[in-house]
Design a protein around this ligand. Structure first.
Ligand code: SF4
Ligand code: SF4
Length: 376
């Protein structure tokens, strides 16, 4: 009998993942998370029986320098390379399972939604053309050709109303957070982010779905969230409440988290369209202050308001238009295949502030944010 034959299939998968660079790994049954549309693994792999969750943590020093606005690029690159690493580790696990005779699917780490038609890549190139023509038209030294004027007017009529109809609530092909909770990697914190015992919320996730019937791990007994709510105080957007709560259930576990507002509150800030909303003493990494952000509505009309902000951003051209284009490109094309150097977060503070059960560390992280001033 060879050595690998004495080790269980589950342990072989875990050993492989850790050897390849995963920081955390766990397994859950597909059955335990299939009750919700956004976490049913059968959408990506019909006949799924198990899902493997892997996580890689961010480097603490790079995060600190990002929060204190000392250095921007190291964390951008870290996010890009970590995403690629997660895809690579997941691919190794997938190949391992396929060689054993099972089906397996290596998921995308981010920006993979059920209600976004990825075949519509043409949307991105059309917006690129529109933005280029708007920028050219604003240049007093250049006259557009007749054909370019026609294209500009046609694209404006097509794209701007389309942007105003884009759904704000996107449904992921698979919620990696649900998988991670069910697989014992972490629990959901007040912010809605996944919190691990060792790294707090400072991890990125990926999942591998398989028809192998693996023995699942047990979910974490204790939630590392201290309910310090510094995540809410670090959020310029206003995605979640400080006082009101809601209960969600994942794999039989009840999580009490902040009541969530429309995603529009995050998208308006996290897209880089504005570096400020709620707090004026500090900003995110975005130097922009979008016209009208002061008047972000506090009711359901916020979705239309933010979509209109995006349409106006395109019409303005320049950097505002580039921000909208980047958001649309990420949403339609994903980020997994982008060069790692092109990852450009502008916020993510609700995640990066949180060191989980280490409250003192979370307080230190929060102080870095609020004492870091504004990017102008
Ligand atoms: S910062 Fe982290 S530990 Fe504190 S409430 Fe938010 S999620 Fe919980
Ligand atoms: S990414 Fe930024 S804007 Fe979005 S919810 Fe987190 S802290 Fe708020």
């Amino acid at each position: 009998m060879t050595q690998t034959e004495t080790i269980s299939l589950e342990d072989q998968i875990k050993q492989l993942a850790l050897e390849e660079g995963a920081a955390l790994i766990g397994i859950c049954s597909a059955e335990s998370i299939k009750d919700k549309e956004f976490s049913d693994p059968n959408f990506l792999l019909p006949g799924a029986k198990s899902v493997i969750s892997i996580a890689i943590n961010f480097d603490d020093e790079k995060v600190s320098k990002y929060l204190s606005k000392e250095e921007y690029l190291p964390l951008c690159h870290e996010e890009g390379y970590t995403t690629k690493n997660l895809k690579r580790v997941a691919e190794k696990i997938k190949i391992f399972l396929v060689e054993k005779g099972f089906e397996a699917h290596n998921c995308d780490c981010n920006y993979d939604y059920r209600n976004v038609n990825r075949a519509s890549k043409v949307v991105v190139s059309s917006i690129r053309t529109l933005v280029d023509l708007i920028n050219k038209n604003m240049n007093r030294n250049i006259d557009l050709t007749t054909q370019e004027v026609k294209t500009l007017n046609r694209l404006k009529k097509l794209i701007l109303p389309g942007l105003r109809k884009t759904p704000m609530h996107l449904i992921p092909s698979l919620s990696h957070r649900c998988v991670a909770v069910a697989a014992g990697i972490g629990r959901i914190g007040w912010s809605g982010n996944l919190l691990t015992e060792k790294y707090g919320a400072r991890v990125l996730l990926n999942s591998i779905i398989t028809d192998a019937d693996l023995i699942p791990d047990k979910p974490l007994k204790n939630n590392p969230c201290t309910k310090c709510k510094l995540c809410e105080k670090a959020c310029q957007g206003g995605l979640f409440s400080r006082d009101e709560e809601q209960t969600i259930k994942i794999a039989g576990i009840e999580e009490t988290i902040a009541k969530r507002n429309s995603y529009a509150y995050c998208i308006a800030v996290c897209s880089g369209m504005s570096g400020q909303n709620k707090f004026k003493e500090w900003s995110t990494w975005s130097p922009f202050r979008f016209d009208g952000i002061e008047n972000l509505p506090l009711d359901n009309s916020v979705d239309d308001y933010v979509k209109n902000m995006f349409a106006e951003g395109i019409k303005k051209g320049g950097q505002q238009a580039e921000n909208v284009l980047r958001l649309v490109a990420n949403t339609f094309l994903g980020r997994n295949n982008k060069p790692a150097e092109d990852f450009r977060p502008s916020c993510g503070f609700c995640q990066m502030v949180c060191s989980g059960n280490d409250l003192n560390k979370t307080k230190e992280n929060y102080n870095l944010i609020v004492n870091s001033g504004c990017i102008e």
